[in-house]
Design a protein around this ligand. Sequence first.
Ligand code: ISL
Length: 559
Amino acid sequence: APNETWWKEAVVYQVYPRSYKDSNGDGVGDLRGLISKLDYIKSLGVNVIWLNPIYGSPNDDNGYDISDYRAIMKDFGTMADFDELLRGMHQRGLKVVLDLVVNHSSDEHEWFKQSKSGRDNPYRDYYHWWPEEKGVPNKRQSFFDVKGDAWAYDEATKAYYLHYFSRKQPDLNWENPKLREEIYSMMRFWFDKGIDGFRMDVIPFIAKDTTFPPIPAKYHGDFGRYYANGPHLHDYLQEMHREVLGKYDVMSVAEGAGVTSDQALEFVDPARKELNMLYHFEGMGVGNVPGLKYRMRKHEGYSLLEFKQVYTKWDKIFAEKGWGTIYLGNHDQPRMVTRWGDDRPAFRAVSSKLLTTFLLTMRGTPYYFGGDELGMTNIKFDKIEDYQDIETRNMYAQLKAEGGDLAQFVEAQKISGRDNGRTPFQWDASANAGFSTGTPWLKLNPNYAQVNAAAEEKDPNSVLNYFRRATAMRRQHKVLVYGQYQLLDAANPHIYAYTRTLGKERVLVVLNFTSEKRRWALPAGLKAGGAPWLNNYPTFAPAATLALEPWQAVVVPLR
Ligand code: ISL
């Protein structure tokens, strides 16, 4: 296939360090804990590790509020620990991708302290300030602020500063070339240490129209879409490529918040020399309740037809140039099995395996969220006090102030709350699932007695061992990486089926996305040709009409 590169063939494994493994008993995962698990990670057959932010941070938003871009968060360890971690990963042939959070910093960053100290301070223009004599600035919505206002008033200098996220996350001013040079130099610092790439947090948001006009009506209050793709965004990304990315053999992936399918190639068309990949939000929007705030999602599920349409549409975008990504969960999302599969005991393992099959048989680089290889599920807290996440807490406070339906909100968070994907990793059946000897920063899912790595290690049919077979399969068959994707039976509301084709090699993927048995007739001209490469049930009988078990997933070569 043309333009082969390591990051297209990689399986990315996402580690949320806070919840992975605690080495010192303070209840917070750390780098030494992670170091102790590198052999486990290697055994999964993944190639790239993406770590959520590990930098100096007061943790208003679990590290997405950075006070020192060149230091390691105290809770996580030291720079010496990081160097050892990086060496340990490279020794095992694993590449390391860090989070780049440069739409905003922490308000405790030295730049902001300076910036805030006076209107004449040389760092003033590192952030977006609106002096009060210009009047009240046009409304911007803050995602994490109780009042929903992205402009916070600063009494001392009589001006407002912008923060799209919490008030402790002031937005950086990319119009300022000095700020941009600081960012590039910081990126070079990490690349010179030897890291292999960046995942770029809300990177489509960095560019702003600094006149801050009213938001055009066509956005219908959809701030995320308005915030994305501001003026000069692509100039900045091209400059970043010239100054940094183009000088190293590294990968880059944009968190594509607010980016539509029409805009995606502007980020990843190689001719433009910007980024390698982007992950879109359209898949995560499937099944959302339209018009409702607070990320309320339907409990009764989602439409598989819509799901298939979205992933098929996005595959097509990168069919000729650029490269896609595929994911079903991360630290901002519920656990994939709860959201897209069926997390009841009878179906948890089998539907986790089906989702794993989907992720590893689509074109585009899979981003697999740590813990999903065990089939970890949503925690579904009953009490709002159990949530630690600033998003959930603030949305609750806001709803309370508005006199909204709090009980409904708590129910909805059982599906959509971000802490569902952040509970500590379930290593074994001992106290605190072997995550920590102290009190974990977030409660563990009580199902760790059954769902844990040690138990699954011993069971050849576990979700864990299935994931290992799936990564091995993808490594072995380039058709699964580079092969063309063709959707079959588009109108079928229960079955997701497709072929992948590369030269003479052709393979069929059939996924029964329901908890019932289903029959599925192969389209005319297709004939299964041999033993399945992967199957989440013990048997598979090739026939003109397949008899599929609940959540059955098969990958079978075609003749
Ligand atoms: O913008 C959104 C909707 O259009 C949000 O979903 C937003 O894009 C998303 O929450 C951004 O997430 C990233 O940046 C946040 C951080 O809290 C998340 O953990 C991170 O993944 C702020 O840095």
